[in-house]
Design a protein around this ligand. Structure first.
Ligand SMILES: NC(=O)c1ccc[n+]([C@@H]2O[C@H](COP(=O)([O-])OP(=O)(O)OC[C@H]3O[C@@H](n4cnc5c(N)ncnc54)[C@H](O)[C@@H]3O)[C@@H](O)[C@H]2O)c1
Length: 353
């Protein structure tokens, strides 16, 4: 049932998909006094029944189409696998809802562009589930960058690397349902926060390589998450890419579910003309009074990033703040991911349109 714009004080929300991440959305919605969960849908009946009981959801449905038709909603969380981000998002936007779509925006940029167009057409917010941009370290570095401390940003090195962390649940090893592996699943997180911190420049070219050498074989060593389904594993184990921005900045991204490295790496480093930075410890590297200085802020805000992302979405829907994670950012990130996959397939650098 389509809804027309009117300033709202209490947001009526529904959830599409009632699996793992939907629970985290619902946990947070339940804590907000200005939100009520009115409905949820999922194709899995037992999963939906558990979700309904746990979060006292008044109405549940098997399909999002039924939910959108029968329940008057202001906003929807899209928490389905990647191949089901585009359609439910567009349907929810067309039904007059704001949408928080989980990361990544979509399977590819072509889908993402349609989602963004639907948001614009319906004058609704499409917010992407990028929580790492709200992290205290990201915010500290962004402030220093916005204040001009770095001068021109030359190079950003991003790492989202697991030694052995292939998900043993869900469909994360299925190229057809997820669009890719670690690059689109965890590389996207590290890329979104770094790209946001440096001011979301426009990407224009990508080159990269991907490799699958372990996930599609019987696990040969024990690991924390146990055995995954190697028989349906069709995504990469390791991806690397180099991304050129229109303003001249170069981003290098490494992402893996299974890299032969000493320990997991989750970081980005920035190298500018006047200053550099390390996300992990929010350290700045610069020259001052004839010395090379390493500076760390005396206070880095401790941010619970997931609750912050959920609160941000509610505030955006209620017209209380501007979106820090708009679909435009999601689309640029998606183009970069697409570009790395496309370059790996082509064997040369590709232009991003
Ligand atoms: N932001 C984050 O940190 C974060 C973390 C985990 C997952 N995610 C994203 O959330 C999405 C879901 O991941 P998950 O871990 O919750 O997976 P999940 O498998 O736990 O949940 C997905 C749910 O969608 C349901 N579903 C499938 N087809 C459906 C349909 N046609 N209609 C309604 N429901 C349907 C499934 O039955 C399942 O319950 C993915 O896009 C993933 O990338 C984001």
């Amino acid at each position: 049932m389509a809804k027309q714009d009117a300033p709202k004080t209490k947001l009526r929300v529904g959830l599409i998909g009632a699996g793992g991440i939907a629970g985290t959305h619902a946990d947070n919605y339940k804590k907000f006094e200005d939100v009520e969960i009115l409905a949820a849908c999922d194709v899995s009946e037992p999963g939906l029944a558990r979700f309904k009981d746990k979060y006292s959801v008044p109405q549940t449905f098997k399909t999002w189409q039924e939910m959108l038709k029968h329940v008057e909603l202001d906003a929807v969380s899209v928490c389905t696998p990647n191949y089901l981000h585009c359609l439910p998002t567009i349907d929810a936007l067309n039904a007059g809802c704001h949408v928080l779509c989980e990361k990544p925006l979509a399977m590819n940029a072509a889908e993402g562009a349609k989602m963004l167009a639907a948001a614009k057409r319906n004058k609704k917010h499409l917010v992407i589930g990028f929580q790492f941009r709200f992290d205290g370290h990201t915010q500290v570095l962004k402030k220093a960058i916005d204040a001009g401390h770095f001068g021109k940003i030359l190079y950003v090195r991003i790492q989202a690397m697991r030694r052995r962390g292939i998900p043993s649940w869900g469909v994360f090893g299925r190229k057809d349902l997820q669009g890719g592996g670690p690059l689109i699943d965890i590389g996207v997180h590290a890329l979104e926060m770094a790209h946001y911190a440096i001011g979301a420049p426009e990407p224009v070219a990508a080159s990269g390589q991907i490799w699958t050498y372990l996930g599609n074989k019987t696990p040969a060593a024990s690991c924390a998450w146990g055995a995954w389904d190697h028989k349906t594993y069709t995504v990469e184990d390791l991806a690397v890419g180099m991304l050129r921005m229109k303003n001249g900045t170069v981003i290098h991204l490494e992402s893996s579910f299974a890299a032969h490295i000493e320990k997991d790496l989750w970081n980005f480093q920035i190298m500018g003309e006047k200053c550099g930075a390390n996300w992990e410890n929010a350290a700045l590297f610069h020259d001052e009074a004839g010395m090379m200085l390493n500076s760390v802020p005396a206070h880095v805000p401790k941010v619970e990033i997931f609750p912050c992302k959920m609160r941000h979405f509610v505030d955006v829907c209620l017209g209380k703040r501007k979106s820090e994670a708009p679909a435009e950012h999601g689309l640029m990130v998606q183009k970069m991911l697409d570009g790395i996959y496309a370059s790996a397939a082509a064997g040369h650098e590709v232009k991003l349109k």
